[in-house]
Design a protein around this ligand. Sequence first.
Ligand SMILES: Nc1ncnc2c1ncn2[C@@H]1O[C@H](COP(=O)(O)OP(=O)(O)OP(=O)(O)O)[C@@H](O)[C@H]1O
Length: 916
Amino acid sequence: MGKKARQQRGRVLAALDELRTRIGLAMGAARNARAEAEFELATLELERAIVTEGYDRALLDPSLAPRPGDPVSTAVWRRLEQVRAAFGQEWADGPARLRSLVAASAPGPAGEPPGRWLGRVGTDKGLTAPALWRIGSCSASGTKDGSDDDAFDVAVPLLDESHLSITSAPGTRHAVDALVESLLMRVLSTFEPGAVRVHLWDIGQLTAVLPNFYALSRTSAVTVHDPTRLVDLLDEFSGHIRRIHADALQGGHPSLRAMREAAGKRIEPWRIAVLYGSGEELEPEQRRDLKRVASGALDAGISLILVDVPTVLGGSVETISLRDERTAYCGMTGPDLVVDLDPPLPGAQVSAAAGAIAKALVAKQGGPRGFTDLVPPELGKERSTEELRTPVGFDEGDPVEVVIGDATPHALIGGPSGSGKTNFLYALLGGLAARYSPDELALYLLDFKEGVSFAGLAPGRKDESWLPHARLIGVNVNTDREFGLALLRFLADELRRRSAAAKEHEVTTLAELRAADPGGSWPRIVAVIDEFQYLFAGRDSVTALATSLLEDIARRGRSQGIHLVLASQDVAGIEAFWGKPAVFEQCTLRIAMPKARRVLTETNQAAVTAPRWHAVINHDSGVSHGNRVAHIPDASSPGVFARLQRSLWERYASGHGSPRLFDGAVAPVLIESAAYVELAEGVRPRALVGQAIAVSDMAFGVELPRAPGRNLAVLGAAQRPAMSILDSAARSLAQQFRQGEVEFVACCLVDSCAPTVARLTDQLQRDGHKAELVPGDELGERLAAVHAELNDDGTSRVLLLYGVDAALPTLERKEPGKQSGLDVLRAILKQGPAHGVHVFGWWRAVARLKDTLGFGGTEDIGALAALDVQGSDLGPFCAGQVVHWSPRPGRALFFDRTTHSAPEVMIPYALPEEES
Ligand SMILES: Nc1ncnc2c1ncn2[C@@H]1O[C@H](COP(=O)(O)OP(=O)(O)OP(=O)(O)O)[C@@H](O)[C@H]1O
């Protein structure tokens, strides 16, 4: 072998040696790792066996007990001893820590022993609620005889935090009652009276629930509900939750708790509903409603305590399951620990405590609330920019508000006669007027009922004061549906005016308009129409027009701050009659007096059960979750409203004149009318014939330019209004002429009217005018003279002919070679007006007027006042129109060809002898 070969072999052997070494090393490591893994497995298995058996028992078990010299046993037992020592060290202060935690979370009556608080009335204002409420204790060792050091308090969350579900075991109902009673007592004794309301509902109806709470059940603190009507309770809660959410969300808060924190005061009471079930499932519908309520309840301050109601609730729920009379499992402590329930509170002491809280609550609520409680301490402080808001009644001492604004622009009030609608309106008007100044709120009040319900708000004989917010008061308008129409027209005009202003300022709502035009006068308008169904009482043009105007105002009024408050005894039927439910839909605020029908939705029965002098106030179009039942204070007894009115009057009257009072039962007085007061001597005299049925005080008049046709015919047999029309025409004319410029020639052919006509001519003479009373048998002669004198000497002549039809037989008589009296009268009617000679005549039948005019047509009668005559006869005198007129006492239909497009109803003035 050469040198080279030897070297190569040496290298191979070296390489093989290295390989062997490396393999040997690798083999050894694997063995070691395996041994380690086997050791670990053995320790874990042993550890599991010991833990499963229990540390103390395993010590005594020969197969598990420590085996000195066995590394596995030694390692496991050493490790477990270390863990045990560390745990013992940590838990040594566990009970103490739990005790102090519960003490901090359940302060005062929430956690302290009853001896320290039971019987004392709570003082906590209720800004926040304790997080936990004590129910018993527990010991860490799980044994009842654990040392005191080992025991800790067990408390559960409730208000704002959690619902509570309690499950009884056989024979433990008494213990459940005691548990609920002491929980509720802890809650009720923590806060000042009124901060918590408890609702009890017992499906079992077995015994009285919580009899020791009897005294409280007579106050708002505890309400025992009809066991058959869980639906009512749930409805009430749904409504409450919606309301709280709406209020809270509006303020940007997620819950009542957040709202309370932001406001720095308690806003609403907490509510706890205790539902006692029978362990059986509820009906599916009830279960669904209950779940729905439960999920939103906590944020609205409602906690449910379900006893044996097997249902899964939304929201957080704490559970307590009784094992026996004294012990229970509880969700807080888990299934391994047994809670020793606190012993029941002594019954007599609970009754006494309930009595004390009830007494304090009644004292705090100050007994029943009255009208003055609706009035704020300072008058007129609110602004109506966004809405109108006032309390109108009380729910167990707490005010219940009505809001008129964007969401609830219009209100519908219903209730049978005597149920308190008018009283409610007074409460509403009082509350609003006391909060908003007349610059913020204007009232238009119309009552179609017979009676004078709103009359007291205008100045009267006994009381000179008026409600300064009222701009119009209409009473006794039951026969004057046109007045309702006039109000609606006025509101529609105002709506247009506001829309135009808003457009000009490039805004859309009243709030924006007020911001854009701070100097303008843009009060919110509330128009109240009591017994509004009268508007639709006939199948005629008034109904048709009223319907469309009302719809328009209801639809567009919301954004322009024009609000309707419609009240009626019975809403039934009107809806169907209209065929258009638009107005009802817009009336999202519904007020149902006891026994009201159709105001709330069909399934909402709250009005059926509402007690006397209460109202169901519903801002949700009558759906039952919107119900709030409030006691309405007496606002309509003599003197009650008047006191507020006087204060408001003293405050605002100088800046706000008295409202216009339209009283359909009283004939207007000519000399008091605005039109008469404004009369002045002038070139275009105007004879006033009656008051218009309008929102403002307006008169109808016949203008008397020297032009053909300017004569007036009064038609019909009704004597008093006929006299009145001619009387007011003459007296008003007399005001517009200087002495000597006008001459009145009166002739009365109806004996019973003679004294009135004589009084008129006397009066005209006393005013310095020439006024002559011509005997009936001399009429022909006098007419002839007047005709002969027709010239333009500047003097005006007015012929006042009363019952002229009676003269026709005489006037018709013809003497040879002479014009008959009738011909002369016709000539005067035709030619007279152009020369300043006008006939104001009263014909008692249309046919007689036609006879008088002959074939000459009706143009010579330029103005007409119809009394008890048929509309169908009037067409020829009203430019050929079809005239709808149902004669009614004290009213006339007036038409003037030169100024009217259609005849209008007017009210003749009182005769002077009737004026009082
Ligand atoms: N809340 C109340 N408290 C005390 N008395 C009241 C209350 N509400 C109404 N009253 C009285 O009951 C009577 C009838 O009330 P109201 O006139 O308001 O009823 P209404 O529903 O308007 O009846 P109608 O439609 O017949 O006018 C009145 O004498 C009134 O003073």
